[in-house]
Write a new protein. Structure first.
Length: 107
């Protein structure tokens, strides 16, 4: 009994069980969905009832890089501060981290 449970918990067996369950769910869902009828409404983009814009939106990557740098500095800074003890050096480090994040946000 214990050997069969350990065998079932191996990654390969768990993957096989999950694939079997996913296949069964896919077949049941496909049977419940009904026939597929193509139409112009199904292939068009939904824009909350408004006519969609044909001009591509290209805001650039500046906002993305600012947000990515903010979270990178924040997460790495907290990781560094959390791995040490609470001393005046850690306080100075956190103050510098807060000032760097404020400079990044404001500017």
């Amino acid at each position: 009994m214990e050997l069969s449970i350990k065998l079932l918990l191996t990654p390969l067996a768990a993957f096989g069980v999950y694939m079997l369950l996913a296949g069964i769910l896919s077949l049941v869902g496909r049977a419940l969905a009904g026939p597929d009828e193509q139409s112009a409404v199904k292939s068009s983009a939904y824009a909350s009832g408004e006519v969609g814009s044909y001009a591509p939106a290209a805001p650039g990557y500046r906002q993305f890089f600012t947000a990515a740098l903010f979270f990178a500095v924040l997460h790495l800074g907290v990781l560094m501060a959390g791995s040490g003890s609470l001393t005046w050096v850690t306080g100075a480090y956190l103050t510098g981290l807060i000032l760097a994040l404020l400079a990044l946000i404001l500017g």
